[in-house]
Design a protein around this ligand. Sequence first.
Ligand SMILES: [Zn+2]
Length: 65
Amino acid sequence: MFYTTDDNGNNVELYENNIFTYCPDCGRKVYVDEELFADIILETDLAGTTVFCDECGKKHVRSKN
Ligand SMILES: [Zn+2]
């Protein structure tokens, strides 16, 4: 079991299904599955990584094309 702490210093248990970030476009909460989380840890860095929500992800894919 791993933990993180919230703003009040409380311990928060870290589960595969409660890891989330905020979409940099709309600010919506985006849950990151364990596979994606592993990729982020292995290949990039946590602080520098942003994950778009489904909707904004589609928007960005579309705007690239
Ligand atoms: Zn979004």
